[in-house]
Design a protein around this ligand. Structure first.
Ligand code: E4P
Ligand code: PEP
Length: 339
């Protein structure tokens, strides 16, 4: 059997530099994003005691829908700025448990064509639009190559439950210029995330793709702003006071940052969007009672224009305003919760 027996085809993709030149970030927006990153870091380190709220759709699948959501979020952001620091989830790569739509970058037309060239440009344009609107963006960094195309536009980055244990992602995060949240494992285990946090602050040397598309040896300085994201898991939720206290104790014993973010969705809501508000309220109550002893830096919500989730069926139209991956809470419920 020849080496490429399982490769059906391979085509050239524009380099990150080419895409960045075609969709450039202005000096003004670059400074704005750097400022947002500093503000997020201030919350993660506890200098700013407002709560970071990473809120938005499970995945972006429709540009008009995402922009409409961003417009509403921008207005809400200003209204709640004394208590909350809102950052929009702009997730373009979905780490599926098995199979399923992999996100806008992979399949922007949701039809199985996998037009990645279009997907990358669409995602980058949306991130530029969000920045221009005054909305900081958060995303999961999934494919290390993809990160070179987009991470200059992110204010917070997440490493997901399925990749927190991956050495590739840990070393990648060690070179990222923003605070990076590591989710606990899908089984609810914290150990993988604690190991990740012990790793990400160190310098690493590894192979990656440079902006010009060539491979290169990257030597990082280490990222001092790694933090834990509690997302529950198959063993049950971990957002409650007991879960937070256990996480804090483990972080303290390992000499790691105790400030953490609680994801109100995923394993913490058993993927039931209707439970997210109650999870958020519980976490907020912990903060207000001071039970967390200052450990809770923020929350994550999966929220979109309309509540629920729709299936992507070949040949069938997809609504622009409802999630195509995890079920989300509606805009109205989100706004009410945060107000
Ligand atoms: O947030 C997104 C999903 O929970 C994640 O991609 C896994 O989804 P799946 O179990 O439906 O594949
Ligand atoms: C995939 C996600 O979460 P998790 O890694 O916790 O499953 C997500 O936040 O989109």
């Amino acid at each position: 059997m020849h080496d490429d027996v399982n490769i059906a085809s391979c085509e050239l993709l524009s380099s990150p530099e080419t895409v960045r030149q075609e969709l450039p970030v202005s000096a003004v927006l670059r400074q704005q994003i750097q400022q947002w990153r500093r503000e997020v870091v201030d919350i993660i380190t506890g200098r700013d005691r407002r709560l970071l709220v990473i809120v938005g759709p499970c995945s972006v699948h429709n540009l008009a829908g995402a922009l409409e959501y961003a417009r509403r979020l921008r207005d809400l952001r200003a209204r709640v700025a004394d208590r909350y620091y809102l950052v929009m989830r702009a997730y373009f790569e979905k780490p599926r448990t098995t199979l399923g739509w992999k996100g806008l970058i992979y399949d922007p037309d949701l039809n199985g064509d996998y037009n990645l060239e279009k997907g990358i440009a669409t995602a980058r344009q949306l991130l530029l639009d969000l920045a221009a609107m005054g909305v900081p963006a958060a995303s999961e960094v999934l494919d290390p190559v993809m990160s070179v195309y987009l991470t200059d536009l992110l204010s917070w980055a997440g490493i997901g439950a399925r990749t927190t244990e991956s050495p590739t992602h840990r070393q990648l995060a060690s070179g990222l210029p923003m605070a990076v949240g590591f989710k606990n494992g899908t089984d609810g285990g914290l150990k993988v995330a604690l190991d990740a946090l012990a790793t990400v602050s160190s310098a690493h040397s590894f192979i990656g793709v440079m902006r010009n598309g060539h491979t290169g040896v990257f030597r990082t300085r280490g990222n001092p702003y790694g933090h834990l994201v509690l997302r529950g898991g198959s063993a049950g939720p971990n957002y409650d006071a007991k879960g937070v206290a256990q996480a804090r104790a483990m972080l303290a014993a390992a000499g790691l940052r105790q400030r953490l973010v609680v994801d109100c969705s995923h394993g913490n809501s058993n993927k039931d969007w209707q439970r997210q508000a109650a999870v958020f309220a519980d976490v907020l109550a912990q903060v207000r009672r001071g039970e967390d002893e200052g450990a809770i830096a923020g929350m994550m919500l999966e929220s979109y224009l309309k509540a629920g989730q729709q299936q992507v069926m070949p040949g069938q139209a997809v609504a622009p305003d409802m999630s195509v991956t995890d079920a989300c809470m509606s805009w109205e419920d989100t706004a009410e919760l945060l107000r």
